[in-house]
Design a protein around this ligand. Structure first.
Ligand SMILES: *Cc1c(COP(=O)(O)O)cnc(C)c1O
Length: 519
C-alpha cells in the first residue's frame, strides 16, 4: 500500500486496506477524514476582504519578503471546521484514561478553570501598578505557603515555568552557593533511572554528569554513590519517588553523606503526587526540589496548557533563590526585585523569567489545594498509590514486572517486554492499545528496563476504568506473546495507521504544496 506525503492512504488505495470499510470520501461514519490545511486552501483565495493597501514607502529597508509565504486562503467556516475536526481526533484526559507514567495525567477539576478565568486574575497585566494586583500577589503568597508547608522547606521560588526550568533554577542556586564559598566543584551525580531533563539540566548549567548505578531492586545504589563522593562533587540529582515507581528509602542517608562531602542534594519532585501529605522532603535533607504544579496539583498540561515548576529551598540555598518574589509587609504585598533586593536578598543568582511565572497555574493549583484541604491532599496520594498497586498486581501474572518483588510500588507500575514473541515490542503493544481506545502508557522509559512500560493511573480513575484498561491490556499482551500478525499492523481503527515517525520529525510538511516558499 502506498502512502501520500502525510502517511495517509490515498482514497483509491483505501480499498486495499479494507474493502468493507472503504468510503468514497475516506470518512467513516461521522469520523471525518481531514486534509492538511495546506491541502484544503489555496493561496489565491481569501476568507476576508481587506481594502487594497495604500501605496506607502516601505520602512523595512530592503528586508521585505519577496516570495509568497503560502498561507492557505480559507473562509471562516472552513477554518472553524478544520480545527474542530482535528480537535475531535485529539485524545485528552477529558476523553478517557491517560496512563502516561511520570506525567500524572489526572482530571483537572472545572472549579480550577472557573477561578482562573475570574477577570481579576485572567485580565491583569504584569506591569500593572502593584497596588492594583494585591489579590494576585496574595494568591502567589498563599500558594507559596502551602508549598513550603507540604514540603517542610523554608523558602520557595515561584517563577520557574516547568519542571525542567525548576531543575535549572535549583542547580543554579547550588552553583551560586558553591561559588560564594569559593568552591569550584565540577560534577553532578545522577542515577541511571533519572528523567532525561536531570542530566540535561546539569550539563546546561556547566557540570559534568556522572551516572550512579541502580540496585537490583530498582533503587539508587547507596554504596556506589557514597564511594563516588568527594571534593569535586557539587551535588546529586535524585528523583523520589523514583522513575521505577519506588520510594528511595535511603534518601536521608544519601543526603547526610552528600552534605558530609560538602555537596548539595537536588530532588526531582515531579512524582510528588505519590507522597504529598505523607512525607516532607525537608525532613529528608533535600536542599532544592521542583514541584510540577501541572502534575501534582492538577493544572492541565501536555497539549492542555503551560506548566509551572516552583522550587522549594533549604535554609542553605534560600539566599541564592532567584528574583523576583512576592513578600508580605504588614497588610501589603510587594515585589522584591533587582532594585530593592540589596536589603535582604543580595546573593540571589539573578532572574529566570521576565515576570512572576504562570499566574493561571498558580490560581488553579491554589484552588485545588483549598478545595481538597490538607486531609484531601493526603488522600490523593494514598489513592494514587492504591490505584497503581492495583494495576501492578492485576498485570504481574501476564507482564514481566521486574521490581514487583521489591514490594508495593508508589504512584506508577513498571513492566518490561520480556516474554513477547520474537519481533514483537512495546511499540506494538502501544499501537494495539490505541485500537482499544486507550492512550498508551509511557514507553521505553526508564532506560533501566528493557522495553519499559510505565503506567500511572493517578487517583482520579475509578475502579471500573482501571478494570477496563487492565482487560484491554491483557488482551493486547496475549496477542504480543502469541505473535499475532494483526497486532503488528495495529492500529487498524485509528484515523491513521503506523506513521513514519522519523520522517514526521525530520521532514514535517509546513508550507503550502504549490507555494514557492515550499521549494
Ligand atoms: C515531567 C518530569 C520532568 C520535567 O518536567 P516538565 O514540567 O515537563 O519540564 C522531570 N522529571 C520527571 C521525573 C518528570 O516526570
Amino acid at each position: 500500500m502506498s502512502m501520500n506525503s502525510q502517511g495517509r492512504p490515498t482514497r483509491s488505495e483505501g480499498a486495499e486496506m479494507n474493502a468493507a470499510q472503504e468510503t468514497f470520501t475516506g470518512n467513516r461514519a461521522l469520523i471525518l477524514e481531514e486534509k492538511l490545511i495546506f491541502e484544503s486552501g489555496s493561496i489565491d483565495r481569501t476568507g476576508i476582504d481587506l481594502p487594497a493597501a495604500p501605496d506607502a514607502p516601505s520602512k523595512l529597508g530592503g528586508l521585505e519578503r519577496t516570495v509568497d509565504i503560502g498561507l492557505p486562503g480559507l473562509s471562516e467556516s472552513e477554518t472553524v471546521r478544520h480545527y474542530t475536526r482535528l480537535s475531535r481526533q485529539n485524545y485528552g484526559i477529558d476523553l478517557g484514561f491517560f496512563p502516561l507514567g511520570s506525567c500524572t495525567m489526572k482530571h483537572n477539576p472545572r472549579l480550577n478553570e472557573k477561578m482562573a478565568r475570574l477577570p481579576g486574575f485572567a485580565d491583569i497585566h504584569p506591569l500593572q501598578p502593584q497596588q492594583t494586583v494585591q489579590g494576585a500577589y496574595r494568591v502567589i503568597d498563599e500558594l507559596a505557603d502551602w508549598l513550603k508547608t507540604l514540603t517542610g522547606m523554608p523558602a520557595v521560588a515561584m517563577s520557574p515555568k516547568a519542571g525542567a526550568h525548576g531543575e535549572l533554577c535549583g542547580v543554579l542556586a547550588i552553583r551560586s552557593a558553591l561559588e560564594a564559598r569559593g568552591d569550584a566543584r565540577e560534577v553532578i551525580l545522577v542515577p541511571e533511572s533519572a528523567h532525561g531533563t536531570n542530566p540535561a539540566t546539569a550539563a546546561f548549567a556547566g557540570y559534568k554528569v556522572e551516572d550512579i548505578p541502580a540496585t537490583k531492586e530498582g533503587r539508587v545504589d547507596l554504596d556506589a554513590l557514597v564511594a563516588r563522593l568527594g571534593p569535586d562533587v557539587a551535588g546529586v540529582m535524585i528523583t523520589n519517588p523514583n522513575t521505577c515507581g519506588l520510594f528511595e528509602r535511603d534518601m536521608k542517608k544519601i543526603s547526610d553523606a552528600v552534605h558530609a562531602a560538602g555537596g548539595f542534594v537536588y530532588c526531582d519532585g515531579a512524582n510528588f503526587n505519590a507522597i504529598v501529605g505523607k512525607v516532607r522532603p525537608g525532613d529528608l535533607g533535600i536542599d532544592a526540589m521542583h514541584i510540577n504544579l501541572h502534575k501534582t496539583f492538577s493544572t492541565p498540561h501536555g497539549g492542555g496548557g503551560p506548566g509551572s515548576g516552583p522550587v522549594v529551598f533549604s535554609q542553605a540555598l534560600a539566599p541564592y533563590a532567584p528574583l523576583p518574589f512576592v513578600e508580605k509587609q504588614g497588610e501589603e504585598y510587594r515585589l522584591v526585585e533587582e532594585e530593592n533586593a540589596e536589603e535582604h536578598h543580595a546573593s540571589s543568582f539573578g532572574r529566570m523569567v521576565a515576570f512572576h511565572g504562570q499566574m493561571g497555574m498558580f490560581t488553579r493549583a491554589l484552588t485545588y489545594m483549598l478545595s481538597h484541604g490538607a486531609d484531601g491532599l493526603k488522600q490523593v496520594s494514598e489513592d494514587a498509590v492504591l490505584n497503581a498497586n492495583y494495576i501492578l498486581r492485576s498485570l504481574e501474572d501476564v507482564l514481566d514486572a521486574p521490581f514487583a518483588p521489591s514490594g508495593p510500588c508508589m504512584h506508577e507500575a513498571l513492566f518490561s517486554d520480556k516474554g513477547f514473541a520474537d519481533g514483537f515490542s512495546t511499540l506494538d503493544l502501544a499501537k494495539g492499545l490505541i485500537d482499544e481506545g486507550f492512550h498508551p502508557m509511557t514507553m521505553y522509559f526508564p532506560l533501566v528496563v528493557h522495553g519499559a512500560m510505565l503506567i500511572e493511573p493517578t487517583e482520579t480513575e475509578s475502579k471500573d476504568a482501571i478494570d477496563e484498561f487492565v482487560g484491554a491490556l491483557r488482551h493486547v499482551v496475549s496477542a504480543a506473546k502469541a505473535g499475532d500478525a494483526n497486532l503488528k499492523a495495529a492500529p487498524h481503527h485509528a484515523p491513521r495507521r503506523r506513521l513514519d515517525e522519523t520522517m514526521a520529525a525530520r521532514k514535517p510538511v509546513l508550507v503550502y504544496k504549490d507555494s514557492e516558499a515550499a521549494t
